[in-house]
Design a binder for this molecule. Structure first.
Ligand SMILES: [Zn+2]
Length: 347
Protein backbone atom coordinates (compact mmCIF):
# COMPACT_ATOMS: atom_id res chain seq x y z
CA UNK A 1 0.00 0.00 0.00
CA UNK A 2 3.03 2.19 0.17
CA UNK A 3 2.68 2.76 -3.56
CA UNK A 4 -0.86 3.99 -3.12
CA UNK A 5 0.20 6.49 -0.52
CA UNK A 6 3.09 7.56 -2.73
CA UNK A 7 0.68 8.21 -5.59
CA UNK A 8 -1.64 10.17 -3.38
CA UNK A 9 1.16 11.96 -1.54
CA UNK A 10 1.22 14.99 -3.79
CA UNK A 11 -1.51 16.81 -1.89
CA UNK A 12 -1.21 20.59 -1.55
CA UNK A 13 -0.72 20.43 2.22
CA UNK A 14 1.64 17.46 2.45
CA UNK A 15 4.45 19.81 3.34
CA UNK A 16 2.43 21.33 6.18
CA UNK A 17 4.51 22.24 9.21
CA UNK A 18 2.73 22.09 12.54
CA UNK A 19 1.75 25.51 13.90
CA UNK A 20 1.76 23.97 17.35
CA UNK A 21 4.89 24.77 19.34
CA UNK A 22 4.54 22.20 22.13
CA UNK A 23 5.26 18.52 22.24
CA UNK A 24 3.28 16.03 20.14
CA UNK A 25 2.99 12.41 21.25
CA UNK A 26 1.40 9.82 18.97
CA UNK A 27 -0.31 7.31 21.26
CA UNK A 28 -1.23 4.83 18.52
CA UNK A 29 1.62 3.31 16.53
CA UNK A 30 2.72 -0.23 15.75
CA UNK A 31 6.34 -1.26 15.46
CA UNK A 32 7.45 -4.87 15.40
CA UNK A 33 9.88 -6.43 17.84
CA UNK A 34 13.29 -4.84 17.43
CA UNK A 35 12.01 -1.95 15.31
CA UNK A 36 13.02 0.73 17.76
CA UNK A 37 15.37 2.30 15.21
CA UNK A 38 12.45 2.57 12.80
CA UNK A 39 10.41 4.21 15.54
CA UNK A 40 13.17 6.71 16.23
CA UNK A 41 13.37 7.47 12.50
CA UNK A 42 9.60 8.04 12.36
CA UNK A 43 9.70 10.30 15.39
CA UNK A 44 12.45 12.38 13.82
CA UNK A 45 10.89 12.53 10.36
CA UNK A 46 7.57 13.66 11.83
CA UNK A 47 8.99 15.90 14.56
CA UNK A 48 7.18 14.00 17.31
CA UNK A 49 7.94 14.30 20.99
CA UNK A 50 7.34 10.62 21.66
CA UNK A 51 5.07 7.74 20.81
CA UNK A 52 3.28 4.73 22.20
CA UNK A 53 4.04 1.44 20.50
CA UNK A 54 0.87 -0.61 20.89
CA UNK A 55 2.94 -3.54 19.57
CA UNK A 56 1.19 -5.70 17.06
CA UNK A 57 2.05 -9.35 16.58
CA UNK A 58 -0.63 -12.00 16.52
CA UNK A 59 -0.63 -14.21 18.47
CA UNK A 60 0.70 -11.82 21.11
CA UNK A 61 4.27 -12.27 22.27
CA UNK A 62 5.49 -12.12 25.87
CA UNK A 63 6.19 -8.58 27.02
CA UNK A 64 9.87 -9.42 27.68
CA UNK A 65 10.42 -9.91 23.95
CA UNK A 66 9.00 -6.51 23.13
CA UNK A 67 10.92 -4.84 25.85
CA UNK A 68 14.21 -6.44 24.78
CA UNK A 69 13.77 -5.18 21.22
CA UNK A 70 12.82 -1.74 22.43
CA UNK A 71 15.97 -0.92 24.37
CA UNK A 72 18.74 1.05 22.78
CA UNK A 73 18.65 4.63 21.54
CA UNK A 74 17.69 6.78 24.50
CA UNK A 75 17.71 10.11 22.75
CA UNK A 76 13.94 10.25 22.26
CA UNK A 77 12.02 10.61 25.48
CA UNK A 78 8.52 9.28 25.80
CA UNK A 79 8.72 6.22 23.56
CA UNK A 80 6.77 3.67 25.56
CA UNK A 81 5.23 0.23 25.09
CA UNK A 82 1.85 -1.27 25.78
CA UNK A 83 1.29 -4.97 26.40
CA UNK A 84 -1.12 -7.05 24.32
CA UNK A 85 -2.27 -9.95 26.50
CA UNK A 86 -3.08 -13.31 24.96
CA UNK A 87 -6.79 -13.97 25.54
CA UNK A 88 -6.99 -17.15 23.49
CA UNK A 89 -7.10 -19.49 26.50
CA UNK A 90 -10.30 -18.04 27.91
CA UNK A 91 -12.52 -20.71 29.40
CA UNK A 92 -9.66 -23.11 30.12
CA UNK A 93 -8.61 -23.96 33.70
CA UNK A 94 -6.45 -21.32 35.36
CA UNK A 95 -6.97 -18.75 32.60
CA UNK A 96 -8.11 -15.93 34.85
CA UNK A 97 -5.26 -16.40 37.30
CA UNK A 98 -2.69 -16.65 34.49
CA UNK A 99 -4.08 -13.59 32.73
CA UNK A 100 -3.88 -11.48 35.89
CA UNK A 101 -0.30 -12.68 36.50
CA UNK A 102 0.74 -11.94 32.90
CA UNK A 103 -0.69 -8.43 33.00
CA UNK A 104 0.82 -7.68 36.39
CA UNK A 105 4.22 -8.93 35.18
CA UNK A 106 4.07 -6.67 32.11
CA UNK A 107 3.23 -3.63 34.25
CA UNK A 108 6.11 -4.43 36.58
CA UNK A 109 8.43 -4.59 33.55
CA UNK A 110 7.27 -1.17 32.42
CA UNK A 111 4.25 -1.61 30.15
CA UNK A 112 2.32 1.68 30.26
CA UNK A 113 -0.99 0.15 29.32
CA UNK A 114 -2.81 -2.73 27.65
CA UNK A 115 -3.74 -3.16 24.01
CA UNK A 116 -6.82 -5.24 23.37
CA UNK A 117 -7.37 -6.36 19.80
CA UNK A 118 -10.64 -6.44 17.94
CA UNK A 119 -10.71 -10.24 18.07
CA UNK A 120 -12.51 -9.67 21.37
CA UNK A 121 -16.18 -9.52 20.51
CA UNK A 122 -15.75 -10.33 16.83
CA UNK A 123 -14.22 -13.79 16.57
CA UNK A 124 -12.49 -14.73 19.82
CA UNK A 125 -14.10 -17.90 21.17
CA UNK A 126 -13.72 -19.63 24.52
CA UNK A 127 -12.74 -23.23 25.27
CA UNK A 128 -16.33 -24.30 24.47
CA UNK A 129 -16.32 -22.59 21.09
CA UNK A 130 -18.66 -19.78 22.17
CA UNK A 131 -18.07 -16.17 21.16
CA UNK A 132 -16.53 -14.10 23.94
CA UNK A 133 -18.48 -10.90 24.54
CA UNK A 134 -16.56 -7.66 25.05
CA UNK A 135 -17.87 -7.47 28.63
CA UNK A 136 -17.18 -11.14 29.48
CA UNK A 137 -16.61 -11.29 33.23
CA UNK A 138 -13.78 -13.80 32.85
CA UNK A 139 -11.65 -10.85 31.72
CA UNK A 140 -12.39 -8.88 34.90
CA UNK A 141 -9.05 -9.78 36.59
CA UNK A 142 -7.25 -8.02 33.70
CA UNK A 143 -9.31 -4.83 34.00
CA UNK A 144 -8.93 -4.82 37.78
CA UNK A 145 -5.17 -5.29 37.56
CA UNK A 146 -4.97 -2.33 35.15
CA UNK A 147 -6.93 -0.22 37.64
CA UNK A 148 -4.68 -1.23 40.55
CA UNK A 149 -1.58 -0.25 38.60
CA UNK A 150 -3.25 2.89 37.26
CA UNK A 151 -2.57 1.82 33.70
CA UNK A 152 -5.10 2.33 30.90
CA UNK A 153 -6.55 -0.30 28.62
CA UNK A 154 -6.46 0.73 24.97
CA UNK A 155 -9.21 -1.21 23.32
CA UNK A 156 -10.17 -1.66 19.69
CA UNK A 157 -13.71 -2.94 19.47
CA UNK A 158 -15.61 -3.34 16.21
CA UNK A 159 -14.71 -1.56 12.97
CA UNK A 160 -16.23 1.05 10.63
CA UNK A 161 -19.94 0.62 9.93
CA UNK A 162 -19.43 -0.22 6.23
CA UNK A 163 -17.38 -3.26 7.27
CA UNK A 164 -20.60 -4.67 8.74
CA UNK A 165 -22.53 -4.09 5.52
CA UNK A 166 -22.49 -6.33 2.43
CA UNK A 167 -19.42 -6.00 0.21
CA UNK A 168 -21.15 -4.49 -2.80
CA UNK A 169 -20.48 -1.53 -5.11
CA UNK A 170 -22.74 0.75 -3.04
CA UNK A 171 -20.66 0.10 0.09
CA UNK A 172 -18.68 3.33 0.73
CA UNK A 173 -15.54 1.29 1.54
CA UNK A 174 -16.03 -1.18 -1.34
CA UNK A 175 -12.56 -1.01 -2.95
CA UNK A 176 -10.86 -1.30 0.43
CA UNK A 177 -12.97 -4.35 1.32
CA UNK A 178 -12.18 -5.96 -2.03
CA UNK A 179 -8.52 -5.60 -1.20
CA UNK A 180 -8.98 -6.79 2.39
CA UNK A 181 -11.93 -9.24 2.43
CA UNK A 182 -10.82 -10.28 5.93
CA UNK A 183 -11.98 -6.87 7.14
CA UNK A 184 -15.62 -7.65 6.31
CA UNK A 185 -17.84 -8.65 9.25
CA UNK A 186 -21.04 -8.71 7.27
CA UNK A 187 -22.10 -12.31 7.92
CA UNK A 188 -24.50 -13.99 10.32
CA UNK A 189 -21.49 -15.38 12.16
CA UNK A 190 -20.58 -11.91 13.43
CA UNK A 191 -22.40 -9.80 16.02
CA UNK A 192 -23.83 -6.50 14.84
CA UNK A 193 -21.94 -3.28 15.33
CA UNK A 194 -24.56 -2.14 17.82
CA UNK A 195 -24.23 -5.34 19.86
CA UNK A 196 -20.48 -4.76 20.14
CA UNK A 197 -21.02 -1.17 21.22
CA UNK A 198 -23.64 -2.24 23.80
CA UNK A 199 -21.19 -4.76 25.24
CA UNK A 200 -18.45 -2.16 25.32
CA UNK A 201 -20.66 0.29 27.16
CA UNK A 202 -21.52 -2.37 29.76
CA UNK A 203 -17.79 -3.06 30.18
CA UNK A 204 -16.91 0.59 30.77
CA UNK A 205 -19.82 0.91 33.17
CA UNK A 206 -18.92 -2.28 35.11
CA UNK A 207 -15.28 -1.23 35.74
CA UNK A 208 -15.38 2.43 36.75
CA UNK A 209 -11.86 2.31 38.26
CA UNK A 210 -10.31 1.21 34.95
CA UNK A 211 -9.42 3.79 32.32
CA UNK A 212 -10.57 2.56 28.93
CA UNK A 213 -9.12 4.27 25.87
CA UNK A 214 -11.51 3.71 22.97
CA UNK A 215 -9.10 3.47 20.04
CA UNK A 216 -9.91 4.57 16.51
CA UNK A 217 -11.99 7.59 17.29
CA UNK A 218 -14.01 5.80 19.96
CA UNK A 219 -14.22 2.31 18.46
CA UNK A 220 -16.41 3.59 15.60
CA UNK A 221 -19.25 4.40 17.98
CA UNK A 222 -21.62 6.92 16.34
CA UNK A 223 -20.71 10.42 17.51
CA UNK A 224 -23.99 11.14 19.33
CA UNK A 225 -23.72 7.94 21.36
CA UNK A 226 -20.03 8.56 21.95
CA UNK A 227 -20.77 12.03 23.27
CA UNK A 228 -23.34 10.61 25.67
CA UNK A 229 -20.93 7.89 26.83
CA UNK A 230 -18.06 10.35 27.35
CA UNK A 231 -20.36 12.48 29.48
CA UNK A 232 -21.57 9.51 31.49
CA UNK A 233 -18.31 7.59 32.08
CA UNK A 234 -15.35 9.58 33.38
CA UNK A 235 -13.16 6.48 32.90
CA UNK A 236 -13.69 6.57 29.11
CA UNK A 237 -11.02 8.18 26.92
CA UNK A 238 -11.02 8.75 23.19
CA UNK A 239 -8.10 8.20 20.80
CA UNK A 240 -8.35 9.57 17.28
CA UNK A 241 -6.46 7.30 14.89
CA UNK A 242 -7.70 6.06 11.53
CA UNK A 243 -11.04 7.85 11.90
CA UNK A 244 -10.02 11.13 10.35
CA UNK A 245 -12.36 10.48 7.43
CA UNK A 246 -15.38 10.02 9.72
CA UNK A 247 -14.42 13.03 11.82
CA UNK A 248 -14.08 15.12 8.66
CA UNK A 249 -17.47 14.00 7.39
CA UNK A 250 -19.19 15.21 10.57
CA UNK A 251 -17.03 18.21 11.46
CA UNK A 252 -19.46 19.88 13.87
CA UNK A 253 -19.99 16.70 15.89
CA UNK A 254 -16.27 15.91 15.80
CA UNK A 255 -15.25 19.36 16.96
CA UNK A 256 -17.83 19.34 19.76
CA UNK A 257 -16.65 15.95 20.95
CA UNK A 258 -12.97 16.92 20.97
CA UNK A 259 -13.63 20.27 22.65
CA UNK A 260 -16.24 19.13 25.21
CA UNK A 261 -14.01 16.30 26.41
CA UNK A 262 -10.66 17.94 25.80
CA UNK A 263 -9.32 16.44 29.03
CA UNK A 264 -9.83 12.86 27.80
CA UNK A 265 -8.83 12.88 24.13
CA UNK A 266 -5.55 11.54 22.78
CA UNK A 267 -3.89 12.03 19.42
CA UNK A 268 -3.08 8.78 17.61
CA UNK A 269 -2.26 8.06 13.98
CA UNK A 270 -2.09 4.23 13.60
CA UNK A 271 1.29 4.60 11.96
CA UNK A 272 2.54 1.04 11.44
CA UNK A 273 5.88 -0.48 10.67
CA UNK A 274 4.99 -4.13 10.72
CA UNK A 275 6.07 -6.53 8.00
CA UNK A 276 3.10 -7.73 5.95
CA UNK A 277 0.72 -5.36 7.67
CA UNK A 278 -0.76 -2.02 6.71
CA UNK A 279 2.46 -0.92 5.06
CA UNK A 280 2.50 2.74 5.72
CA UNK A 281 5.50 4.77 4.65
CA UNK A 282 8.64 3.26 5.99
CA UNK A 283 10.61 5.66 8.13
CA UNK A 284 14.18 6.00 7.03
CA UNK A 285 13.44 4.52 3.63
CA UNK A 286 10.68 7.00 2.85
CA UNK A 287 11.05 9.93 5.24
CA UNK A 288 9.09 12.23 2.93
CA UNK A 289 6.08 9.91 3.03
CA UNK A 290 6.32 9.66 6.79
CA UNK A 291 6.33 13.45 6.97
CA UNK A 292 3.39 13.66 4.57
CA UNK A 293 1.42 11.13 6.61
CA UNK A 294 1.86 13.20 9.77
CA UNK A 295 1.42 16.51 7.93
CA UNK A 296 -2.05 15.33 6.88
CA UNK A 297 -2.97 14.32 10.41
CA UNK A 298 -1.70 17.52 11.99
CA UNK A 299 -3.13 19.84 9.33
CA UNK A 300 -6.50 18.19 9.94
CA UNK A 301 -6.55 19.01 13.66
CA UNK A 302 -4.75 22.35 13.54
CA UNK A 303 -6.07 24.19 10.49
CA UNK A 304 -9.26 25.00 8.68
CA UNK A 305 -7.58 24.28 5.35
CA UNK A 306 -9.49 22.54 2.61
CA UNK A 307 -7.95 19.91 0.33
CA UNK A 308 -6.01 17.97 2.98
CA UNK A 309 -5.21 14.42 1.86
CA UNK A 310 -6.64 11.53 3.88
CA UNK A 311 -3.73 10.06 5.88
CA UNK A 312 -5.10 6.66 4.78
CA UNK A 313 -5.84 7.15 1.08
CA UNK A 314 -6.83 3.48 0.71
CA UNK A 315 -10.00 4.40 2.67
CA UNK A 316 -10.81 7.20 0.28
CA UNK A 317 -8.77 9.54 -1.84
CA UNK A 318 -11.30 12.35 -1.33
CA UNK A 319 -9.67 15.29 0.40
CA UNK A 320 -10.85 16.66 3.73
CA UNK A 321 -11.18 20.00 5.53
CA UNK A 322 -9.39 20.64 8.81
CA UNK A 323 -11.14 21.01 12.19
CA UNK A 324 -9.13 24.08 13.25
CA UNK A 325 -9.07 23.16 16.94
CA UNK A 326 -8.14 25.83 19.48
CA UNK A 327 -4.60 25.81 20.93
CA UNK A 328 -5.65 24.73 24.42
CA UNK A 329 -7.47 21.69 22.99
CA UNK A 330 -4.49 20.85 20.79
CA UNK A 331 -2.17 20.94 23.75
CA UNK A 332 -4.29 18.45 25.64
CA UNK A 333 -4.94 16.28 22.60
CA UNK A 334 -1.29 16.17 21.55
CA UNK A 335 0.46 15.89 24.88
CA UNK A 336 -1.01 16.87 28.26
CA UNK A 337 -3.56 14.06 28.44
CA UNK A 338 -1.07 11.41 27.35
CA UNK A 339 1.44 12.72 29.83
CA UNK A 340 -1.09 12.43 32.64
CA UNK A 341 -2.51 9.07 31.63
CA UNK A 342 0.82 7.40 30.83
CA UNK A 343 3.17 9.07 33.32
CA UNK A 344 5.34 10.50 30.56
CA UNK A 345 8.17 12.87 31.45
CA UNK A 346 7.00 16.48 31.49
CA UNK A 347 9.62 17.64 29.01
ZN1 LIG B 1 -3.71 0.26 15.28
Amino acid sequence: MTGRLARAAAGPHDGYRSRFHGRIVDVHTHFSVGARDAAVAAVRAAGLGGLVNLVGAWPPQPFEEWRAGWSGDRTVAGMVLFHAPDLSGIGSPGFERDLAADVQHAFELGARGLKIWKQLGLWLTDAHGDRVAVDDERLAPMWECAARHRRPAGIHIADPEPFFQPVAPDNPRYTELLERPDWSFAGEEFPSLETLHDEFERLVSAHPATDFVALHGGCFIPFDRLHRMMRRYPNLWLETSARVLDLAQEPAAARTLLCDFADRVLFGSDYARMAGWLDQPLPGEYPDLTRAFYARNLAFYETGLDGIGNPFPFQSEATIRGLDLPDDVLEKLYFRNAQRLLDLPAT
